[in-house]
Write a protein that binds this ligand. Structure first.
Ligand code: NAD
Ligand code: IPM
Ligand code: MN
Length: 362
């Protein structure tokens, strides 16, 4: 029986709360299936800054490098907001993505039928929405040089650089085509090529790669139009591929269509490593209150079972258990609607574990 070692980085705010839920689910998956998961914790983000002065300590990085997968909660919070950009908790997250070369960030947005009334969109618009944003994660304006705040003629100028090499675009675009081939075979590439040269190159590379995937239908959208089409016709999308900053923004928009940001999981994948984290942040407004929705993090562990460990049936079981809990009417406050059963983070976790046991018995 193989042992799967998971590096666990709880982070800040609601990070420890939602990670604790996901670990309970993963432990139960292990007990039911006989798979051996071992967890080792390390610090990242604000808690790491408080402990050792840096958002990504070396021991955290080594643990991640030697583990089979990484589970991360969220980083950041008001306590560290006055730090300069390169010393903030968020820098730890950006540094680990780069160090593990996690270039493809998969963010699946799926509207569950029991949650249809929690979507801010009309029911008939939201129904059937099931797409995945493939966000490039290690390039773009997030990492481009030069960057900084400089003095020009005695006046401050803020500079960031939007930059992509051909290879960086090609590898994530290929990944997106492959994902589309296993889904409904439709790829939407999102850029701003009417204004930006980086986007012009992006579109050229997508067109070149499209010849290698003739079974996949390709659509190009400018990012402003895409933001609009996502709320107008969300169920028409299958795979959306885009750069780092556009993907960041569009995936929060996609998330809320499903009812709450607390529902959206993610997998960040490279050739050698993978990291799983909810799309949401550390939610300082609800941290420590036991009311965070743990589903995004629990579904992130399902993605881990599927992509890192090849345990498809176990991943399906976790996803099914989440769906059952929702069907039975259990809701954390962010997805609550009249007539449902109100639960907190722990309550939702227990209901999902119970559902998992039933799914497993069948
Ligand atoms: P956020 O995602 O933390 O919160 C946005 C809103 O969604 C808040 O009202 C919050 O209460 C709600 N929310 C988020 N997750 C939820 C959950 N699981 N259950 C219920 N409600 C949930 O975004 P923000 O407020 O813009 O950022 C807060 C901090 O988190 C900042 O420091 C930011 O940099 C950081 N952040 C980190 C990550 C990450 O670690 N991956 C992602 C986004 C933001
Ligand atoms: C996310 C977050 C991060 C990002 C921040 C916290 C650095 O918003 O994971 O979506 O912009 O990538
Ligand atoms: Mn984001």
């Amino acid at each position: 029986m193989p042992t799967f070692k998971v590096a666990v980085l709880e982070g800040d705010g609601i990070g420890p709360e939602v990670v604790s839920s996901a670990l309970k689910v993963l432990k139960r998956v292990g007990e039911l299936s006989g798979m051996d998961f071992v967890f080792e914790k390390a610090l990242i983000g604000g808690s790491a800054i408080d402990h050792s002065g840096t958002p990504l300590p070396e021991e955290t990085l080594s643990l991640c490098l030697e583990s089979h997968a990484v589970l991360l909660g969220a980083v950041g919070g008001p306590k560290w907001d006055s730090l300069p950009t390169d010393k903030r908790p968020e820098k730890g997250l950006l540094a680990i993505r780069k160090a593990l070369d996690l270039y493809a960030n998969l963010r699946p947005a799926k509207v569950y039928e029991p949650l249809i009334t929690s979507s801010p969109l009309k029911e008939d618009v939201a129904r059937g929405t099931d797409f995945v944003v493939v966000r490039e994660l290690t390039g773009d304006v997030y990492y481009g040089e030069p960057r900084g705040i400089f003095l020009d003629d005695g006046k401050r100028v803020g500079i960031n650089t939007m930059k992509y090499t051909e290879e960086e675009i090609r590898r994530v675009v290929r990944k997106a085509f492959e994902i589309a081939q296993h889904r409904r075979k439709k790829l939407t590439s999102v850029d701003k090529s009417n204004v930006l040269e980086v986007s012009g190159l992006w579109r050229m590379v997508v067109e070149e790669e499209a010849r290698n995937y003739p079974d996949v239908e390709v659509e190009h959208l400018y990012v402003d139009n895409c933001a609009m089409q996502i709320v107008r016709r969300p169920s028409s999308f299958d795979v959306i591929v885009t750069g780092n900053i556009f993907g960041d923004i569009l995936s929060d928009e996609a998330a809320v269509i499903t009812g709450s940001l607390g529902m959206l999981p993610s997998a960040s994948i490279g050739e050698r490593h993978a990291l799983y984290e909810p799309v949401h942040g550390s939610a300082p407004d609800i941290a420590g209150k036991g009311m965070a929705n743990p589903i995004a993090t629990i579904l992130s562990t399902a993605m881990m079972l599927r992509y890192s460990f090849g345990l498809k049936e176990l991943a399906d079981a976790v996803e099914k258990a989440v769906e059952l809990a929702l069907q039975r009417g259990y809701r954390t406050p962010d997805i609550y609607s009249d007539g449902c059963k109100s639960v907190g983070t722990e309550g939702m976790t227990e209901v999902i574990i119970k559902a998992l046991e039933e799914v497993w018995q069948k």
